[in-house]
Design a protein around this ligand. Structure first.
Ligand SMILES: [Mg+2]
Length: 289
């Protein structure tokens, strides 16, 4: 379902920020035609960027997962909220290379912190009780194994450092057995316990898109966002002033909500296009002279 005949990928587009879960695949099932859509992007010389709030997987793990689902992806094309959080530590909290960073999260976040030159320490690490006192900031990402006691330890560090960053604030995420609490739920626990408000690195923060675009040397007007979630993907596109495509393969939404969002985009001088799935998004031809 398209809104207007001109609602497609314009020839001036050079990069597409693609959401993963609910847009390219659902769990372990690729969406019909999604891999072909990514091939079409490459055919049109448009750089696909796999743009995800999921901080649990490293770049290599996320690329491997996508390849297993049939997408042709290089690790360097993945941009996650864990990477954005690591970058924001220097720009927002003035952390220098080598600083100790306390974190809650899985291997993806740990690796991102390490590759930005920080020394990550988790309450489960053997040297935690010594190193936590040296921590200059706290980064929190989804951690399926975190305990109450570990959260209590980290809340202490947040109160002391006053530097508190969430990779993303997603309230929930879909699993094979229903909705699970997302990293936003862990963040809310820590916010209540520490009485500190976190900064958020991932979608809907416009900085997340800006950091991804900067890495590829592309301006917002040369990019598009594609995603299935209004509150994260589309809100990020709107705030970063990027034309966006909403696909109806993920979080369900009403027509009334969609028209409100279209209105917001148009007030902002940008376009929100709506399609039933990513495979239906058309590539527009160069206008004939
Ligand atoms: Mg999604």
């Amino acid at each position: 379902m398209s809104d207007t005949s001109s609602c497609g990928i314009h020839p001036s587009v050079r990069l597409a920020l693609l959401d993963l879960d609910g847009t390219l695949y659902r769990g372990h099932q690729p969406m019909d035609g999604a891999a072909q859509f990514v091939e079409q992007l490459r055919f049109h010389h448009i750089q696909p960027v796999f743009f995800t709030n999921n901080a649990t997987r490293s770049r290599d793990e996320a690329a491997l997962h996508l390849r297993q689902l049939g997408f042709a992806v290089a690790s360097s094309e993945v941009y996650s909220s864990a990477m954005a959080a690591s970058t924001l530590l220097s720009s927002t909290f003035a952390l220098t290379c080598g600083s100790v960073v306390a974190y809650i999260g899985q291997s993806g976040l740990r690796e991102a912190l390490q590759s930005s030159g920080y020394h990550p320490v988790h309450p489960r690490d053997p040297l935690w009780s010594i190193e936590k006192d040296q921590a200059a900031a706290v980064v929190v990402g989804l951690d399926m194994d975190v305990s109450y006691r570990q959260l209590a330890e980290v809340a202490d560090v947040i109160r002391r450092t006053d530097a508190f960053l969430l990779t993303n604030a997603d309230a929930q995420f879909p699993s094979e057995t229903g909705l699970y609490p997302g990293n936003g739920a862990i963040g809310a626990f820590l916010q209540t316990a520490s009485k500190r408000v976190p900064r958020i690195a991932g979608k809907p923060s416009p900085q997340f898109a800006e950091l991804a675009l900067r890495q590829f040397g592309v301006r917002p007007e040369e990019a598009v966002v594609v995603g299935d979630n209004l509150e994260t993907d589309m809100a990020c596109g709107l705030a970063a002033k990027i034309n966006s495509f909403f696909v109806r393969t993920g979080i369900s939404t009403t027509d009334a909500e969609l028209s409100r969002w279209r209105q917001r985009f148009s007030e902002n001088g940008h376009t929100l296009c709506v399609y039933d799935s990513i495979a239906q998004i058309p590539f527009l031809d160069e206008p004939s002279l």
